[in-house]
Design a protein around this ligand. Structure first.
Ligand SMILES: [Zn+2]
Length: 429
């Protein structure tokens, strides 16, 4: 099962260079498993035992398997993750011509580790909005092949490069796409019009707008002398989206199960489709009974918020508390922070540990060093919005927010197993 899951994750990552593509990848897999689309603009008619999904902004998704048992007495089993990752976004008027090179201006999305973006074979993907026959429409595009690069400056010209070098995002990040002689003005939107025709057979009158980002074309891979690792872009947090999906598709049982994968976590989750927006609440209000029964259902529910954790790195072990250094391939990590940067409490953390013990899945704990600040994730945000009991967990990784992150090749299977047991759990605490 481990190898099948890892290969499935590698395919999923390749098909998901942006949150839009990640959502489309999830949709494709859900529809193949018989899940039906719910349109947020229409009236819904759902039946117990039915399988449904909805998307918002093409970049956030909720999948629901309605239980045969009432969620008012049984509660919901929710798993949350996020579809976005730090990256370089193409600016609205991006064309630059300098020193005979065609470049595109970029904006940094989220807390990207910038140095690894240099010297990589980059492509572009995202959503394009255009006009065709007087109507406004959107399509996802993915150039797929390497069309750009951000070359480093030679060390001979920057002797301080290995002694801590600040990267100026405005000046140093525009990727190079081509050499040009300056006789013709390059129009990025014309290139997008061509791509729409090539990829979708669409004859757009004009490209109106877009949300496009650069990504690394090197596919994810299982690596290491003994295949101990999986290296790839966007493991934070597409690994958790994929694990949640696999657990949902495999889950047996009569309880109501929900997978919620939202965009914009890397920039704080405050958006119409983000975890700090009303998406999940509005969806549950439409699916659950009103009033007392709505609150009863929520209070019987539990959310596992899955987002990657920091494994202890052999070259930087002092960045972890000596007693809390999660190891790669040693199972999911329960994340604890008494200042509520994580939503875990003793009951929710204890229940997750109980699930791991019952499934014979190894489990670890993380708390940040007391002299360092702590990151956060969708767990506390969703818990605050919904009032639902929550545990924050995640697979230990290295190089979080790099263009190429690293996880253990055994940990995806661990996570799928325990999330599957959660979805199938007869009783919640
Ligand atoms: Zn994350």
């Amino acid at each position: 099962m481990r190898d099948t899951l890892n290969l499935g994750l590698i395919d999923f990552l390749k098909a998901s260079p942006t949150p839009f593509h990640a959502t489309a990848s999830l949709v494709q897999r859900l529809e193949a498993a018989g899940y039906q689309r719910l349109d947020e603009r229409e009236r819904w008619s759902t039946t117990p035992g039915g399988r449904y999904y909805l998307t918002r902004n093409d970049s956030s998704l909720i999948a629901i398997r309605l239980g045969k048992e009432s969620p008012v007495t049984q509660g919901l089993r929710l798993v949350g993750a996020h579809t976005d990752s730090p990256c370089l976004r193409v600016k609205p008027q991006p064309e630059l011509q300098r020193q005979g090179f065609l470049q595109l201006g970029v904006e940094v999305y989220g807390g990207a580790l910038l140095a690894p973006w240099f010297d990589r074979d980059l492509s572009i993907a995202g959503r394009v909005t255009f006009r065709q026959d007087g109507r406004v429409a959107s399509q996802l595009v993915d150039f797929q092949v390497p069309i750009a690069i951000i070359p480093n400056l030679a060390i001979h010209l920057n002797r301080a490069a290995n002694e801590g070098w600040a990267i100026n995002a405005q000046n140093e990040l525009p990727p190079i796409l081509a050499q040009v002689d300056g006789s013709e003005r390059f129009d990025f939107r014309a290139l997008l019009t061509e791509q729409l025709a090539k990829e979708h057979g669409v004859n757009a009158d004009v490209v109106l707008d877009y949300e496009l980002s650069f990504y690394d074309t090197q596919p994810a891979a299982v690596i290491g002398l003994n295949g101990d690792f999986i290296a790839g872009a966007r493991l934070d947090n597409l690994l958790s989206c994929f694990a949640g999906l696999q657990a949902l598709l495999r889950a047996e049982g009569d309880e109501t199960c929900v997978l919620v994968c939202t965009d914009h976590e890397e920039v704080g989750s405050s958006s119409a489709c983000g975890a700090d927006g009303p998406l999940l609440e509005q969806t549950l209000q439409r699916l659950l009974p009103e009033g007392d029964d709505y609150v009863r259902a929520i209070q019987r529910s539990l959310l596992i918020s899955a987002d990657n954790a920091h494994g202890v790195h052999p070259n930087y072990a002092d960045k972890h508390d000596g007693n809390h250094g999660p190891k790669l391939n040693a199972g999911p990590v329960i994340k604890v922070n008494s200042n509520q940067r994580y939503a875990t409490n003793s009951e929710t953390g204890g229940f997750f540990r109980h699930l791991c013990l019952a499934e014979e899945v190894p489990v670890q704990s993380f708390v940040v060093r007391s002299d360092m600040g702590c990151g956060s994730t969708i767990g506390p945000i969703t818990a605050s919005r919904l009032g639902v009991r929550t545990v924050d967990i995640g697979v230990p990784t290295f190089a979080m927010h790099s263009i190429r992150e690293l996880a253990g090749s055994h940990d995806l299977a661990h996570l799928v197993k325990v999330l599957g047991a959660f979805y199938a759990a007869r009783a919640l605490p």
